[in-house]
Design a protein around this ligand. Structure first.
Ligand code: ADP
Length: 452
């Protein structure tokens, strides 16, 4: 860039230098021409004086002077010429300076001389005797004066060119250095040329955009990695969770097959096989539900009756509640039980929460289920139990896939470790809010605020 600036400044200054030399030559030419004319005029005045006082023949002595003298009669006939043969000269009455001298006493002109074959300046004046005297000189003398100046011009030109080259070099460095020192990390902090400001503010905007895009990209990468980790962890957990009941089933059947079970224990073994198979089915069902939720397919929202779903779920879970002598208590004081939702997912929420409240309850406990009006026209579905509760440190994690506070207790009660993660997912799809309150040994209260 500095090379370009240097060349531009240098070429422009050289061009103007040359131009000014031409202009100066022109001015000098006009000046010299004027000088020459003035000189001729003063000479002709002098000659006129001499001629008036003396004889015309005096003029013939002027043959060797630096200018040419011509005497012309009133009718244009050339009487005498100091540089040419009079007999060969034509009538001069049509010459501009002669006509002027006849008309107003004196005249001047410059043109190409047919007699001397060169550009000439003429001045003419008329004597009282009507004879016209004319003196002239060649313009070539002016050009030769200018030519004499040319070596000086060349010297001046070379000197000024070198000078302008050095100046251009320093100027280009002076212009480019601030640009090279720009702080592009913070472009608007630079205070250099006004012309560069729009560019700097654009770089600033671009920087901000790039930073923003980088952050978004990083977030996406993080989310992706996170999702990949979750998936990998989930697959590992799934295979482990599936293998455990299958291995138990295989173990029990092998013992039975090889008659290694006492006849009185056979029914216990068979019911264990049934229990493990049921767990397997429950696990597969939960995995299917979760993957359906994960697929994020277009789900159909429709008018859903919460009261109806709760009542149906209670009747489904009644037998397991009775086994532990647990009372299921449902109250509905909502203004309307209807929400706009995906019925299947609402069933998942209601079933898993009531199922957990029974499974993690104590014997003879109670499960309070309610539907109440919430803030901002919401409806709150709450399941509260008098069970074992969840320790504070586990409360955040119980919504993770396969996370259980007490693995053996969950397994014993037929849990899969997926119920609450299905609940969390289904709640998110409905843009509802999930709240958990739990105290170890006192019980757990989980509520969902549905938008109505
Ligand atoms: P699980 O099939 O094991 O019940 P969930 O995802 O439904 O899996 O629940 C995760 C864990 O949260 C359970 O293993 C249990 O430890 C704890 N939990 C869930 N609900 C309750 C509750 N009502 N009372 C006490 N602990 C609970």
């Amino acid at each position: 860039m500095s090379k370009k600036i240097f060349l531009s400044i240098f070429l422009v200054s050289t061009f103007f230098l040359l131009l000014s030399l031409f202009v100066v030559s022109g001015v000098l030419y006009t000046e010299f021409l004027e000088n020459e004319k003035n000189y001729l005029w003063s000479e002709i005045k002098f000659i006129k004086e001499v001629l008036i006082q003396n004889d015309v023949a005096f003029s013939k002595n002027l043959k060797d002077s630096s200018y040419r003298l011509t005497l012309i009669s009133d009718d244009g006939k050339v009487l005498f010429d100091s540089k040419a043969n009079v007999s060969e000269m034509e009538n001069h009455s049509d010459r501009h300076e002669i006509q002027k001298a006849k008309k107003i006493g004196s005249g001047e002109s410059h043109r190409y001389s047919n007699t001397l074959m060169e550009k000439t300046i003429y001045v003419a004046t008329q004597l009282p005797s009507k004879t016209i005297i004319r003196i002239s000189t060649s313009i070539n003398s002016i050009w030769s004066m200018i030519l004499e100046l040319i070596p000086s011009f060349i010297f001046i030109f070379i000197f000024l060119s070198i000078f302008s080259g050095i100046l251009s070099h320093f100027l280009s460095i002076h212009i480019v250095t601030p640009l090279n020192n720009l702080n592009l990390d913070d472009p608007i902090s630079n205070k250099i040329y006004d012309e560069v400001s729009p560019l700097l503010s654009r770089i600033h905007q671009q920087n901000r955009k790039i930073k923003q895009q980088m952050t978004e990209l990083q977030q996406k990468v993080d989310e992706n990695i996170n999702a990949q980790n979750v998936r990998a962890e989930f697959s590992a957990n799934v295979s482990h969770e599936l293998k455990t009941p299958l291995q138990s089933i295989i173990g029990y059947t092998e013992l039975l097959e090889n008659n290694l079970v006492k006849p009185e224990d056979t029914s216990r073994f068979i019911s264990s096989i049934k229990k493990e198979s049921q767990r397997l089915v429950a696990l597969i069902n939960d995995i299917i539900h979760l993957s359906q939720l994960d697929e994020n397919e277009e789900v159909k929202f429709e008018k859903t009756n919460l009261d109806e779903i709760i009542t149906e779920t209670i009747s489904l879970l009644k037998s397991s509640a009775i086994k532990k002598n647990i009372t299921l208590n449902f109250t509905n004081i909502s203004r309307s039980p209807f929400i706009y939702a995906v019925p299947l997912y609402v069933q998942e929420i209601v079933y898993n929460l009531i199922d957990n409240a029974i499974r993690y309850n104590k014997k003879n406990g109670t499960v309070f289920i309610s539907l109440k009006p919430g803030e901002k026209g919401k409806i709150v579905f709450t399941v509260e139990d008098t069970g074992i509760g969840i320790p504070q440190e586990d409360q955040e994690r119980i919504f993770e896939r396969f996370y259980r506070v007490d693995k053996s207790h969950s397994r014993e009660t037929g849990g899969t470790g997926l119920g609450l993660s299905i609940v969390k997912h289904a709640v998110q799809i409905h843009k509802a809010k999930l709240k958990l309150f739990s105290q170890v040994d006192n019980g757990t209260k989980i509520s969902v605020d549905f938008i109505q």
